[in-house]
Design a protein around this ligand. Structure first.
Ligand SMILES: *[C@@H]1O[C@H](CO)[C@@H](O)[C@H](O)[C@H]1NC(C)=O
Length: 528
């Protein structure tokens, strides 16, 4: 029993520990998967009793207490008008393409998306409003750094969300560029250990992107930063720090990954793996028809979905028909996320326009998941311990799939018009060989073996950052060391210049003697 006079102290500390914070959650991308991640953050914060303002282009229909949404859905409408871009992302047009993540077009696109979100009228009004105050700002990082300027507007600690596996572009914001000899680019198709040529390719990829980003993208970003933020700051009565001071001032970096599914990167103290936080804590019941199909499938069920961005509807007719034919040869039931009704679908295939993915993955009769290898799908597969056939299409899907293959719970298939035979072979191998499922279960156990659930951890570190006024003590000293100092280029310069000067001196002094020498030796011959 505590002495009575301490009880009020204890009570007070409980109250102050649970003090509600006001958090800005910036997830403006109009993409279903990014929105799932944004909502996940919002829901965990609300559950912990905090108040949230969510900048989103996919607002929820029903309002929730303590949640305000800044609605950016008009951006999606505008981009939908852009027929050319839309065609670009269709499954049939991505067959045989190079990963467009590694292109100038992608850099331009991501810059544009961030710019349009920041310039949106609703965002501008909101950011300029001096009544808005926040204890912390969470920004989804999407290939642009300049949005870091949002945090100093509110004088609040900056927390980045890196919504993929770790990679150099996010790690440089809180630490430094990792060594390309064992840390691959997000759009790479390799994983360590790397061969000689693979290392050369990684070095080249990094050097190329580094030069393009610093030479082209950053100047654009700086100009935008210096046009947008000072006005907003003036309206709020604060002054903006310089671009670099804002960008490299993060208190924390969340990474949507986990070593069980990805690469165990060497991370600074303020980078935290929170992969899996978006998965519901309780599995929702399946719709009746799916429940019946899955319960009664005595040979098991195969689930096929290319995710929310890539639509199966956008396959060529040829590809779709050959897949239908191939699936019809299986004894298993096939649940295929297909966004339209089709005629004459074979009896063992069940098309769904929307798939309750987590509930399907949780069903004991599920044999495997055929997926595009998106980070959320891969994570959910491991959350539920399901083996995978991976058909990567773009972005980080190659890295994720390669990782899954290396870890032993996945067979990868190349996206092609005539891939159905390869998928069939992969499916048969996973059905026949129990190693894939065993591995998926083993990794699932590792995935869940953490001191805290990822959603709780996410909330914990946010509260920690606020409690410690920006967690300055966790920051890596590397973040403030310029590249030339890390590479000791200043030392190199001293050595080169020093050697040159020494050479010159030597030439002057000894050169003279040398010039004297023949005379001396001449004297010698004479005397001899
Ligand atoms: C950097 O972050 C800390 C902690 O949130 C804050 O106190 C400081 O003002 C920030 N500095 C700049 C230049 O924004």
């Amino acid at each position: 029993m505590l002495p009575k006079k301490y009880t009020w102290l204890v009570l007070l500390s409980i109250i102050s520990l649970n003090e509600a914070l006001r958090v800005l959650v910036w997830f403006p991308l109009f993409s279903k998967s990014h929105n799932i991640l944004g909502r996940g953050v919002v829901n965990h914060l609300l559950k912990a009793g905090h108040e949230v303002v969510h900048v989103t282009s996919m607002p929820q229909k029903a309002p929730l207490p303590n949640l305000t949404e800044i609605d950016l859905s008009s951006i999606e409408e505008a981009f939908k008008q852009d027929k050319e871009s839309n065609e670009h992302f269709k499954l049939k047009n991505l067959v045989g393409q190079k990963n467009f993540g590694d292109s100038i077009f992608f850099l331009y696109l991501s810059y544009e998306i961030n710019k349009v979100s920041l310039e949106h009228e609703a965002v501008q009004t909101f950011l300029a409003d001096p009544k808005q105050k926040f204890d912390a700002v969470i920004l989804e990082w999407f290939f642009s750094d300049f949005i870091a300027g949002i945090a100093p507007l509110f004088n609040a600690p900056l927390i980045w969300m890196g919504s993929t596996e770790a990679h150099w572009q996010v790690l440089k914001l809180v630490d430094e560029i990792p060594n390309p000899a064992y840390s691959v680019d997000l759009f790479s198709v390799k994983r360590p250990p790397l061969t000689f040529w693979e290392r050369m390719v990684e070095l080249w990829t990094l050097a190329k992107r580094y030069v393009i980003i610093n030479g082209v993208v950053v100047p654009f970003e700086k100009r935008l930063y210096n046009t947008i933020f000072p006005d907003l700051a003036a309206k709020r009565g604060v002054t903006m720090p310089g671009y670099d001071d804002a960008v490299y001032n993060a208190s924390l970096m969340y990474l949507y990954s986990h070593p069980s599914i990805g690469t165990p990167f060497r991370l600074p103290q303020n980078a935290k793996y929170v992969g899996g936080y978006h998965v519901d804590t309780e599995v929702k019941a399946l719709p009746k028809d799916l429940q019946k199909i899955m319960d009664e499938a005595k040979d098991g069920v195969i689930y096929f979905s290319m995710g929310s961005n890539l639509k199966s509807v956008d396959m060529t007719e040829n590809m779709r028909n050959s897949l239908l034919k191939m699936f019809s040869k299986l004894k298993q039931k096939v649940i295929w996320k297909f966004e339209e009704d089709l005629q004459n679908v074979p009896a063992n295939i069940h098309l769904v326009k929307w798939a309750p993915q987590q509930s399907i993955l949780a069903h004991p009769n599920l044999k495997m998941f055929i997926t595009h290898g998106g980070q959320l799908s891969t994570t959910e597969a491991i959350h539920f311990g399901v083996p995978v056939v991976g058909i990567p299409v773009f972005g980080d899907q190659y890295v994720n799939t390669k990782s899954a293959v290396d870890k032993g719970f996945c067979i990868s298939v190349t996206l092609a018009e005539d891939m159905s035979d390869d998928i069939y072979a992969a499916v048969q191998e996973i059905l026949r060989n129990p190693a894939y499922k065993t591995k998926a279960k083993e990794l699932s156990a590792i995935f869940h073996d953490r001191p805290m659930k990822p959603g709780e951890e996410l909330v914990y570190w946010l509260e920690y950052v606020v409690r410690t006024h920006g967690a300055k003590h966790l920051r890596s000293p590397a973040v403030n060391v310029p590249m030339y100092q890390k590479l000791f280029l200043d030392l190199l310069l001293i050595v080169v210049v020093g050697s040159y000067v020494l050479c010159k001196i030597k030439q002057k002094v000894f050169g003279k003697r040398k010039a004297d020498k023949p005379v001396k030796s001449g004297k010698k011959t004479k005397t001899n």
